[in-house]
Structure formats: structure tokens, C-alpha cells
Write a protein that binds this ligand. Structure first.
Ligand code: DAH
Length: 340
């Protein structure tokens, strides 16, 4: 019996040296401690011993079992650590390795212009209001004093959806929504998409506008001019001048067309400004009395100015883009030029 036990201890010790995985360890363990293993066989063999020898033999078998279990458990721990270390080594990431750069995106030039305008006007105390793109006839036309026979109401210009609804033709509709819900003083900026049935090198069926509206006691055209000067200097350059020309919009009276001095020639006249030294950028004016009245604001107490500009147009002037379609084709060779 003793010999058998010694042999088992030796065999386990030797077998253990050849074990490199937990699976091999388990198999070895089963050979000795499994139901049909060598140590279990010893226990069973006790039956054949004379009764007086059994207690001593039982102790020997118990000892070897406890010893073997300890050996296997210790080796199991070691193997676990080794496996973990091997996994760490194989999954190690070298953070100093040069990164594989995926082509980064860039902010679209129209979004860049929008953000810049919002920044400039927010700095002058304007809030931002975004009205709905699907608009009612009332907000897009009637309340803005655009009569039923106005050419803009023609099917050729406006996308009518059906019933009373249309795709808004101008962000000016936002003016009405703001004045209906808020009493003066009002100072809002309303950027957004507008839709017109128009398409060529300078017109797109969908484009972006930015509307501005200021209503308070004692607002004059001079306030408009001062604010536009500040906008022109901040958006383009400190030398940029503004010029107001008489114009007509149903919702403003008087109405003006606003020009900026040409950045390309500094006002001398060139191809960009078609020899005039000026570039037309936006429409504006003093809010028509009727529009104020439509919104329940007393025009004898309050006055206001409004302006509306096309963001694509501003982007085209600012970045020297000659075809509006470049802004919508989303050719990455074009867009990546606007990466910071
Ligand atoms: N809504 C006009 C347009 O789309 C632009 C405009 C002109 C807006 C004068 C205004 C304004 O607020 O006062 O052509």
C-alpha cells in the first residue's frame, strides 16, 4: 500500500511537470482523483485489507488524497495566472503606434456661415427662433401683407402642399409667429430652410435664409444701418462698407436692398461685382404698419426693422464660390476645403 502511494505521489509530481494547460491538468487530475482514478481505486481496495490494518491504511489514503488535491489546486492557480498573462500580452495595444486616420468630416460651409451669423447677432442680443418649414398661407403670405395677386403666390414660385399648407417661401413667416407670441421689445434671429420652384447656377429649390427682426419703441432705419455695418465688419472685414438702396417688399415700408462693398476690388469695380464696386446681399426695411397691426402691436407706439438674407449667398460671397450647386452636390473634394 505504502509503495503504491509513493508511486502515485511520484507519478503525480512527474505528470504535473508536463502539464501546460488547464485542460491537461484536469485530465491528469481525473486519472488520480476521478471516480475511476488511482486514488479512488486505493479507497476501494481497502475492503480487501484485514480489518485491523484498515484505519492506518485509511489515513494514508486520506493523506495522499488531500495532498493530491492541494497539488492540483496550486497548479491550477499557477496556470490561471499564466493564461491571463499570455492573454494580456497578446491583446496588448501599443498606444505609441501611429494611428490609422479615417477621413475626418468637416462642417458644411452653409452651417459655418449660419453659426458665424448666430454668433455675431447673439453678441448683439438677438434670440434664435426656428419656425416650421411646412407653413400656413397666413404666416407665409397674408400676415406679411402679400396680397392674393402677388407673383410670389404663383404656383411657379411656391410649393403648395394642399389645403392651406405650403413649404415656406421665406423665413419672414417666423416674424409673424414671434410677434404673435411675444410683445415688444423683440430681437430675434430666425434661420432655416426655405423652398422655391427655382433652379440654376444661383438658385436652388431649397436654400437657407436668416431672418432678423427688432421691434421696440423708437427703432429707426438708422438702427438697422448701424447693426448691418457691424454685421458686415464682423462677417467679412473691418473695411467692408454697407449701402442701402430703395426697394420694395410688401412687409416693409420703406424697404431697402443692402449692398456690401466688393471685397475683391475694394469698391473700384471688378468682374465679381460686375464693375459696380458693390455686391447685393440682403433685403431689409422698417416693418410695415399693417404687419405690426396683424400681430396686435400698435404701430403708433412701436416701430421695428427686419432683414432677410440667403445663407448660400453669404457663403458664396465669403468663400468665392461661383455656383450654388457646389453647396448641394456634397463632393468631398469641395467640402474638405472647409476643414479647420
Ligand atoms: N423675405 C425676403 C425674401 O425672401 C427677404 C426679406 C426682405 C426679409 C426684407 C425681410 C425684409 O425681413 O425686411 O426675399
Amino acid at each position: 500500500m505504502k509503495e503504491k502511494i509513493e508511486r502515485i505521489r511520484r507519478e503525480i509530481g512527474e505528470g504535473m511537470q508536463g502539464v501546460t494547460t488547464r485542460k491537461q491538468l484536469f485530465e491528469l487530475k481525473m486519472q488520480y482523483l476521478g471516480k475511476t482514478g488511482a486514488i479512488s481505486a486505493l479507497s476501494k481496495g481497502m475492503r480487501d485489507l484485514p480489518p485491523e490494518e484498515r484505519p492506518a491504511a485509511g489515513k494514508l489514503v486520506g493523506d495522499v488524497r488531500a495532498w493530491a488535491e492541494e497539488q492540483f489546486a496550486a497548479r491550477e492557480e499557477e496556470l490561471k495566472k499564466e493564461e491571463l498573462a499570455a492573454r494580456y500580452a497578446s491583446e496588448k495595444i501599443d498606444v505609441t503606434m501611429p494611428a490609422h486616420l479615417a477621413g475626418g468630416g468637416s462642417v458644411h460651409p452653409v452651417s459655418l456661415v449660419k453659426q458665424e451669423l448666430v454668433d455675431i447677432f447673439a453678441g448683439m442680443g438677438f434670440d434664435v427662433f426656428e419656425g416650421p418649414e411646412i407653413e400656413q398661407d397666413y404666416y407665409n403670405f397674408q400676415a406679411l401683407n402679400i396680397p392674393a395677386d402677388h407673383p410670389a403666390r404663383d404656383m411657379q414660385d411656391t410649393f403648395f402642399i394642399g389645403g392651406d399648407f405650403l413649404l415656406r417661401w421665406q423665413t419672414s413667416s417666423g416674424q409673424i409667429r414671434v410677434m404673435e407670441s411675444k410683445k415688444p421689445p423683440i430681437k430675434v434671429l430666425s434661420p432655416g430652410r426655405v423652398y422655391r420652384s427655382d433652379s440654376d447656377a444661383t438658385h436652388s429649390p431649397m436654400f437657407h435664409q436668416m431672418e432678423g427682426l427688432v421691434v421696440d419703441k423708437g427703432i429707426t432705419l438708422n438702427d438697422l444701418k448701424g447693426m448691418l455695418d457691424e454685421f458686415a465688419r464682423r462677417m467679412f472685414s473691418s473695411e467692408t462698407k454697407t449701402r442701402l438702396r430703395p426697394s420694395y417688399f410688401p412687409f416693409t415700408e420703406p424697404s431697402v436692398e443692402v449692398d456690401l462693398s466688393c471685397r475683391n476690388c475694394g469698391g473700384k469695380g471688378c468682374r465679381v461685382c460686375k464693375g459696380t464696386g458693390w455686391i447685393e446681399v440682403l433685403g431689409a426695411g422698417m416693418v410695415n404698419r399693417r404687419v405690426l397691426e396683424n400681430c396686435g402691436i400698435d404701430p403708433d407706439v412701436y416701430t421695428g426693422f427686419a432683414f432677410g438674407m440667403g445663407l448660400e449667398r453669404i457663403a458664396m460671397i465669403k468663400y468665392g464660390i461661383n455656383d450654388i450647386r457646389l453647396l448641394f452636390e456634397n463632393d468631398v473634394r469641395f467640402l474638405k476645403q472647409f476643414r479647420d
